[in-house]
Design a protein around this ligand. Structure first.
Ligand code: SF4
Ligand code: SF4
Length: 372
């Protein structure tokens, strides 16, 4: 749907909801809506990213199709959210390329990175396959640590910059000042909501996703994914400290801190994304935007591939295919990182920002006094 049409439809629906207000207890969107009489594009982008697409308001709505008012908040907000991913992305052309063909772009990117690394290894005279098993399983015979650090350091810096640029654009679009973003009370409130997935809990009853029946499945699969990712990141940090501060070279023992953190994180990243994909495939098409499936699936599949190839590398590190397993794992991780600013991952960033703004708004007196 064109940007203008999605915003016009979103504004129309918010005006109906603001008169009805039946759903005000369901999530943060409706209290935030009730503070407004007008809905600018920035307001709609904020509300759309505050929505976590549970569908509950749609199932409860007396004005949903076939009613002539045609109210469908989750679908309208899903369409607006997709546009915000493109609108805030930096550099924008990469977002446009990823938006409709996310899965295909991811697969091509992984294959291209594997080929590039194999070619680099051949040029440098390093044997990836059929090399004699190394008792120490030393990874650095395949790729020097300086090359690995430079590659991932460069990619991480680019991704951090792209995500920061996207967030700055989102925050500006909402009309908030950057001084307000640093208010500890608002940051703490949003951090609690994010870390506990407060709104997916539904006050203990769970959320209406993937269908009308409530369940905690989405919340638990999200937790496994989020904390699995965090543990894998912690494993990388621990490995860096071992290498540079303690002078200890990878690979590390099965009971060492980097391997224990990485294994636990890998298991979380296996079960969590697999569960989210299963829920996504069963999700109610009435509440979503079918055009976003490729982008959603790309992120989940890359997460799954990261954990699968990481655990495979752990199992194969003393075999003759260790080098190839390492190259495939590094290519998948790099593809995941490179696509983070252009796919579903950014919803986590913008939703967190929207929750900070929601906390800020709750601390301010309401300015609206009735309907226009
Ligand atoms: S979604 Fe429907 S029931 Fe809920 S507030 Fe809007 S119009 Fe009312
Ligand atoms: S779909 Fe769920 S999160 Fe989104 S507005 Fe409706 S009730 Fe709130």
């Amino acid at each position: 749907m064109p940007v203008h049409d999605a915003l016009v439809n979103g504004e129309r629906i918010m005006r109906i909801c603001n008169a009805c207000r039946y759903c005000e207890g369901y999530c943060a969107v409706f209290p935030a809506m009730e503070r407004r009489l007008q809905f600018t594009p920035g307001d709609l982008n904020y509300l759309a990213n505050l929505c976590h697409n549970c569908g509950e308001c749609h199932y409860a709505c007396q004005y949903s199709p076939p009613h002539e008012f045609d109210v469908n908040v989750p679908r309208s907000f899903a369409e607006i959210r997709a546009q915000t991913y493109r609108q805030y992305a930096w550099p924008a052309p990469l977002a446009a390329m990823f938006e409709r063909n996310g899965l295909a772009v991811s697969v091509v990117l992984v294959l291209a990175l594997v080929l590039a690394m194999v070619a680099a290894a051949l040029i440098l005279g390093r044997t990836l396959v059929a090399a004699p098993p190394d008792p120490s399983g030393a990874f650095y015979r395949f790729m020097p640590p300086a090359v690995m650090a430079a590659l991932f350091g460069g990619v991480s810096l680019f991704v951090a910059l792209a995500l920061a640029m996207g967030f700055v654009r989102f925050w500006r679009d909402m009309g908030e000042s950057f001084a307000d973003f640093t208010r500890p009370a608002a940051l703490w409130s949003a951090a609690k909501d994010v870390l506990r997935l407060e709104y997916l809990d539904g006050k203990g009853a769970g959320c209406t996703y993937p269908g009308e029946e409530r369940s905690q499945a989405r919340r638990w699969f999200h937790h496994l994914t989020f904390y699995g990712f965090a543990l894998c990141f912690a494993a990388t940090v621990a490995g860096t400290i071992y290498h540079y501060a303690l002078g200890s070279k990878a690979p590390y023992g099965y009971l060492s801190l980097p391997v224990v953190l990485g294994t636990l994180g890998g298991i979380g990243l296996l079960i969590g994304p697999a569960g989210l994909l299963w829920l996504r495939l069963r999700s109610d098409p009435a509440t979503g935007d079918a055009g976003q499936f490729g982008m959603d699936a790309a992120f989940i599949v890359l997460l799954l591939a990261t954990s699968l190839t990481g655990l495979a590398l752990l199992a194969l590190r003393h075999t003759s295919v260790c080098g190839l397993a390492l190259v495939v794992h590094l290519a998948v991780v790099m593809a995941l990182f490179l696509t983070l600013p252009y796919g579903k991952f950014v919803h986590g960033i913008y939703r967190s920002g929207a929750l900070v703004r929601y906390a800020l708004e709750k601390s301010r007196p309401a300015t609206n006094v009735g309907f226009d």
